[in-house]
Design a protein. Structure first.
Lengths: 55, 189
């Protein structure tokens, strides 16, 4: 079990703050999420200025 | 040109942008709460519903006596979900990336908003420009509908991957901070 998950037990008051631990790792899907979210963000701003060039 | 075509003052046309800020402000805090308690995926889905509803309302721009009011209402409804794209950036980076990469990822995600406005300008000028002002009113209205329609299609295509493929959590946490965020959101529920 993951170290930080062990410390997540309600009977323990200590929570590790060692974010640099080598036990943590990134997953490639994170990059897909970034692309997806970026497109979502682009779309959510594009309609704001529809009438700006043609007032 | 829009003001003349729909017999409204320019302040109405400017209102189309101002209303999007009102929508953003109204739902900024509830969206933040939803991101924390329900997760980013569900919040994105709600946001997309508002966006599709708003863009659909704008298609009624040439209908009846309300014409341009539909565009104002559409912009307002679509903007109710806009706060998700700004508020969830840090959540995405904390959940999926190691602490050393988070500032870069958050910055990239935040760039979406200004780049989106540039895209919005370009889409409009592709369909209609101020040079078309000399055309008959009915022709301008047709062009305006084409703009609403194709912009709607383009933007909906862009948000579909978010509602289908976005994942809230990685298989294991990326840091103890990420674990703490999970624990806090569970406690709140």
């Amino acid at each position: 079990m993951h170290k930080s998950q062990l410390t997540n037990d309600s009977s323990m008051s200590y929570l590790s703050t060692d974010d640099t631990s080598s036990e943590f790792k990134e997953y490639p899907y994170g990059k897909i999420n970034v692309v997806i979210f970026f497109l979502f963000s682009l779309a959510n701003s594009a309609y704001l200025v529809t009438f700006a060039p043609i007032p | 040109m829009t003001a003349d075509t729909y017999h409204k003052s320019k302040s109405y046309v400017n209102l189309a942008y101002s209303l999007t800020n009102v929508g953003f402000l109204l739902f900024a805090l509830p969206t933040n709460k939803s991101i924390e308690s329900k997760g980013v995926r569900i919040t994105i889905q709600l946001s997309v519903i508002f966006l599709i509803l708003g863009l659909s309302l704008r298609l009624l721009i040439n209908n009846g006596g309300f014409n341009f009011y539909y565009a104002l209402l559409g912009n307002f409804v679509a903007s109710l979900g806009r706060s998700c794209s700004t508020n969830a950036c840090t959540k995405v980076s904390v959940k999926w990336f190691l602490p050393k990469n988070r500032p870069l990822v958050s910055s990239i995600l935040l760039l979406g908003a200004p780049l989106g406005t540039i895209l919005g300008y370009q889409i409009t000028t592709f369909f209609i420009t101020t040079a078309d002002a000399s055309l008959p009113t009915e022709m301008i209205k047709d062009k305006m509908f084409s703009l609403m329609f194709y912009e709607g299609i383009i933007l909906i295509i862009m948000v579909i991957p978010a509602i289908v493929f976005y994942k809230d959590d990685p298989p294991t946490p990326t840091s103890s901070t990420s674990v703490k965020m999970d624990r806090d959101s569970n406690v709140k529920e």
